[in-house]
Design a protein around this ligand. Structure first.
Ligand code: SAM
Length: 343
């Protein structure tokens, strides 16, 4: 396979390099913004004129390698707003620096990360939180959906600590079989929840994005970092109720084989689904010819930002030093290789 073959197979990968984005995911956030005006904040009517609130403080959860942070940086920091706009990006992995973006190398499941974000905003809450978090997929669909749901709930938890009332939250979601319960959880905190599929997200992928607008926590809600949905050991509570389910301690019950998609009445939440991105946009599932524009010759471009500390670095080092484990070789053990390389 030549190095240009990915350019041919994945048009958004190629466009990302041409436009200087670190990853093709940048287009997903751009397509979501086209539909929801995320970077303008919320709309309200003032004497028949539509007015948008400002987005000055934004948080990018699970941000590496940083294409969503690039989008936030380019879209929010106009010439006159460089001082005002603050963007905080969080990821387990280190990320190359970006203008106007403060980085936290941390875990979104930790309260200390929420506290650090708030510190960067000098005690002010965020206007927008986005999260493109994804675990390393295993290929076992149930496991992947479960872990993705955990990450989304962690993102929601951290959001309840940092987002201002009226603010918006966008997060990646896997539309698996228990997705209805996640929608219900989100609807407790936001007046509007939409499941959106940007054109740059492959149809063949289970991935979509929840766009949650107008943060309105239930009265008396105290943010915490516990994850009751996935910790199936709640107290003894028989009725699903919109505001006690399942966030208040002591009111939880266990879910013996509950089919969350069969929830009824106010507990069954069906959110609108929206395919977004103009139909004229490229189709992410199609293979395009290398020469898209007959007036221009195709030219291979390297990725905008090579990974700074990729997880496969250790394997590359081992291979370079011919230390990859071989059958029946006394020096073939990983321990031996790592000791030799002082890793
Ligand atoms: N939005 C990014 C961009 O545009 O460049 C791509 C994000 S990538 C699909 C998913 C990221 O989630 C990975 O960088 C991974 O390290 C991060 N992640 C997964 N679990 C995390 C956690 N618990 N805390 C922080 N980051 C996490």
């Amino acid at each position: 396979m030549g190095r240009s073959s990915k350019d041919k197979r994945d048009i958004y990968y190629r466009l990302a390099k041409e436009e200087g984005w670190r990853a093709r995911s940048a287009f997903k956030l751009l397509h979501l913004d086209e539909e929801f005006n995320l970077f303008k904040g919320n709309i309200f009517i003032l004497q028949v004129v539509e007015v948008f609130t400002c987005v000055n403080r934004a948080v990018d959860l699970c941000a590496a390698p940083g294409s969503w942070s690039q989008v936030l940086s380019r879209k929010l920091r106009g010439k006159d707003k460089i001082e005002e706009v603050k963007i905080v990006a969080v990821d387990l992995q280190a990320m190359a620096p970006l203008p106007g973006v403060t980085q936290i190398q941390g875990d979104i499941t930790k309260i200390s990360t929420a506290q650090e974000i708030i510190r960067h905003f000098e005690g002010q809450p965020a206007d927008l939180v986005v999260c493109d978090g994804a675990p390393d997929v295993t290929g076992l669909h149930d496991v992947d959906e479960y872990i993705q749901a955990q990450l989304l709930l962690a993102a929601l938890n951290i959001t309840t600590h940092v987002l201002k009332p009226g603010g918006n939250f966008v997060a990646k979601i896997f539309r698996g079989k228990d997705v209805t319960l996640l929608y219900s959880q989100l609807k407790i905190f936001f007046t509007s929840v939409t499941c959106a599929k940007p054109r740059s997200s492959r149809n063949s992928s289970i991935e979509a994005f929840v766009v949650c607008q107008n943060y309105t926590p239930p009265e008396g809600y105290i943010p915490n970092m516990s994850n009751p949905l996935l910790d199936h050991s709640y107290g003894n509570f028989h009725q699903y109720s919109k505001y006690t389910f399942p966030f208040q301690e002591g009111h939880f019950f266990s879910f013996p084989d509950v089919d969350f998609n069969q929830l009824e009445g106010p507990n069954r939440i069906i959110v609108p689904f929206l395919a977004c991105g103009d139909l004229s946009a490229f189709d992410s599932d199609r293979t395009y010819p290398l020469q898209l524009d007959s007036s221009k010759e195709y030219q291979y471009l390297p990725p905008t930002q090579p990974p700074i500390r990729p997880p496969y670095q250790q394997a590359c080092e081992l291979r370079k030093n011919n230390l990859l484990a071989k059958e029946d070789s006394p020096s073939g053990s990983l321990d031996h290789a790592l000791t030799t390389l002082h890793l």
